[in-house]
Design a protein around this ligand. Structure first.
Ligand SMILES: Cc1cc2nc3c(=O)[nH]c(=O)nc-3n(C[C@H](O)[C@H](O)[C@H](O)COP(=O)(O)OP(=O)(O)OC[C@H]3O[C@@H](n4cnc5c(N)ncnc54)[C@H](O)[C@@H]3O)c2cc1C
Length: 439
């Protein structure tokens, strides 16, 4: 098969190139930014590599782990699952390092009876068949048919939505429970039920190993694609892009587009407007992340993270790693945070506000902040759409006659790194097999 152009060098594009290479297909990978990785958001705090976006790797991330082992088997370290929140004046801790019954009682307390009754069958569905914990799974498509006329707030009831569901949705969708829908909740549950590690050297080592370690993928950064066109004569795809402020036109037999739906939509505005429309409907919310290093420990080992309610500008704060008690990762997402964060925000101001919020619970007052880094991500996290699987069916139906283009990204199977790998695997299969010219 001739060379494929992959547009988007985030984890979905990287995974797409990886799977295409596994099928002995060469790839040209294009990204608008100066480096690949997208919302993995790798950077440095002083000399230490840190990741602003996706970094926690579930034990169930099979596809991603096999990618890591192919690129040098980089070591992981335990991250754990430890969080807490303030209800009334009490700090309620959820800690996977504690016994199951302890957590079950806590969960019942947080969810209330209505929430617990609603949540239990969904949890069981994902626990008994992990594949259900993805967007567009049979069980959750049925849940959508029955319930997506309501948001998660109505579905779970007030108490459960506030104390149990919101900490999940602000973290995984950047959204409030009334901005998310029951049919998509399986992809959140799969994450909540997993336990986590992170790469010891951060994700940047892996991205570097990928960039330099494959002869079958050539990486082109600084290519901002603004339009895709279909040439009816050659049946090639024409990629129109800006490279260093100059217009360029590239032509490929096949293209795999691995962008957030919001960024894929404008590329089809002229060539296939009926595809732009459903892609635009997928909701994304911005997120800002700050990572700050303090002179002394901020956290205690059994209290390493806290989520805050919808009135707070800070959505959660936690230790960067299980042994990094002096390194805080602040996340700003959800409705209140959106008033504070933007591409123009003064980061020093944002972090000072966050410190004022956490000083009641953690050791930041009088603890010198030695350095910090801050990043605003827009699009940040994907909150999908009501009856999302129907939207995906619509996109597939529109794309059906096109044998030369396939889409991957966080809106197909879920936003986790593993779900991005799954979407890439499926998009590659479509491009190679289902989209093969008919004999
Ligand atoms: C704050 C945060 C924390 C997260 N934490 C976790 C976690 O711990 N574990 C987990 O599993 N997941 C996590 N996620 C989710 C996961 O990181 C993302 O869903 C995933 O990285 C998205 O990858 P993507 O390739 O689909 O999109 P992106 O990463 O957005 O990649 C798209 C790429 O396309 C490029 N691009 C955009 N437009 C164009 C264009 N017109 N032309 C050319 N290139 C273009 C961009 O520069 C970008 O590199 C987190 C996400 C965020 C934001």
């Amino acid at each position: 098969m001739s060379k494929v152009a992959v547009i988007g060098g985030g984890i979905s594009g990287i995974a797409s190139a990886y799977y295409l290479n596994q099928h002995h297909v060469d790839v040209d990978l294009y990204d608008a930014a100066e480096s690949i990785g997208g919302r993995i958001g790798s950077g440095f705090l002083d000399d230490r590599p840190v990741d602003f976006g996706g970094k926690n790797i579930g034990r169930k991330y099979k596809r991603f782990r096999s990618f890591v082992s192919d690129y040098g088997d980089l070591p992981f370290e335990y991250f754990g699952f430890n969080t807490s929140q303030v209800i009334g004046r009490k700090i309620i801790k959820i800690n996977k390092e504690k016994a199951g019954l302890y957590n079950l009682i806590r969960l019942f307390y947080l969810s209330g009876l209505k929430g617990f009754v609603r949540l239990y069958p969904l949890v069981q569905a994902v626990k008994s068949d992990y594949k259900q914990g993805a967007l567009n799974s049979s069980y959750f498509n049925h849940v959508a048919d029955q319930n997506d006329h309501h948001s998660l707030s109505v579905f779970f009831g007030k108490r459960c939505a506030r104390y149990l569901i919101r900490p999940v949705t602000v973290r995984m969708n950047g959204a409030e429970p009334d901005e998310c829908y029951p049919g998509n909740f399986g992809s959140n549950l799969a994450l909540a039920l997993d336990s986590y590690e992170q790469l010891q050297g951060g994700m940047s080592g892996l991205l570097q190993a990928f960039s330099t370690g494959t002869s079958r993928t050539r990486v082109f950064t600084g290519y901002n694609v603004h339009r895709l066109e279909f040439d009816p004569g050659s049946s090639n795809v024409i990629i129109k892009c800006y490279n260093k402020a100059k217009n360029e036109e590239l032509e490929y037999k096949k293209v795999l587009l691995a962008l957030p739906a919001k960024e894929a939509a404008p590329l089809f505005k002229y060539s296939l407007p009926e595809l732009s429309e459903p892609l635009e409907t997928v909701m994304y919310y911005p997120v800002a992340v700050a990572i700050a290093k303090y002179q002394k420990d901020v956290f205690q080992s059994d209290l390493r993270a806290m989520v805050f309610d919808n009135s707070s500008l800070l959505s959660n704060a936690g230790a960067y790693g299980i042994n990094d008690l002096d390194l805080v990762r602040y996340t700003f997402s959800g409705i209140a945070a959106r008033k504070l964060i933007s591409s123009e925000t003064n980061s020093e101001n944002v972090i000072s506000i966050a410190e004022e919020i956490i000083e009641k619970y953690f050791n930041v007052k009088g603890n010198t902040r030695e350095s910090y880094v801050y990043k605003y991500l827009d699009p940040g996290l994907c909150a999908y759409s009501p009856y999302h699987y129907k939207l995906l069916e619509k996109i597939e139906h529109i794309l059906n006659p096109f044998r030369n283009i396939s889409l991957a990204g966080d809106y197909w199977r879920g936003a986790s790194i593993e779900a991005c790998f799954r979407s890439a695997e499926e998009a590659v299969r479509k491009l190679i097999y289902e989209n093969a010219p008919q004999a």
